[in-house]
Ligand binder design. Structure first.
Ligand code: SF4
Length: 164
């Protein structure tokens, strides 16, 4: 994205992207995902978990499952976060001249795309199957483990059971 900025001479998209990422992790994700997470119910005004440790808890804990709009917001945000860097890089490629420069830049764009796919694959394979935030649309914790967890968490069990 830095190279795309140098090539195009415009940093507007990069700055918008950075603003979106900061806003997502500090406000949006807390609102649509984290406040449904068991980690969020811990005492104090700041989150204590393995991912967003130290961020302020702007809303009260909500043990009920996330609704369809919250899930849709999360999925859309992830698509934007993963897809925008590639679009910005392709924007640079569109005006880049010289075959060698284009080949190198194309290779870097492929590498970026692979890194993004790799990151989400890593999350999906190693974290999503053992995450306790069952509200997340990407959660893949096996059904029997979910049930065992809910059996030991009466607050969440009650909130989830009231929807059955
Ligand atoms: S573990 Fe994930 S969903 Fe839960 S509070 Fe931390 S960042 Fe949010």
């Amino acid at each position: 994205m830095y190279l795309a900025g140098l090539i195009t001479g415009s940093w507007r998209l990069q700055l918008l992207y950075v603003a979106f990422v900061v806003l997502f992790f500090t406000v949006l994700e807390i609102r649509v995902l984290c406040r449904h997470c068991p980690f969020y119910s811990r005492g104090g005004s700041f989150l204590r978990c393995y991912a967003n440790h130290g961020l302020p808890k702007l809303w009260s804990f909500q043990p009920r499952p996330a609704n369809i709009w919250e899930k849709a917001t999360l999925v859309l945000s992830f698509l934007l976060m993963g897809g925008t860097p590639i679009l910005i890089e392709l924007n640079g490629l569109a005006i880049l001249h010289g075959p060698v420069s284009r080949q190198i830049y194309t290779g870097l764009t492929y590498a970026s795309a692979l890194a993004i796919v790799g990151f989400f694959t890593l999350l999906s394979v190693h974290f999503c199957p053992r995450c306790v935030n069952f509200s997340c649309p990407f959660n893949r914790t096996p059904r029997e483990l979910r049930q065992k967890y809910l059996d030991r968490n009466p607050v969440m069990r009650e909130a989830w059971a009231s929807l059955d």
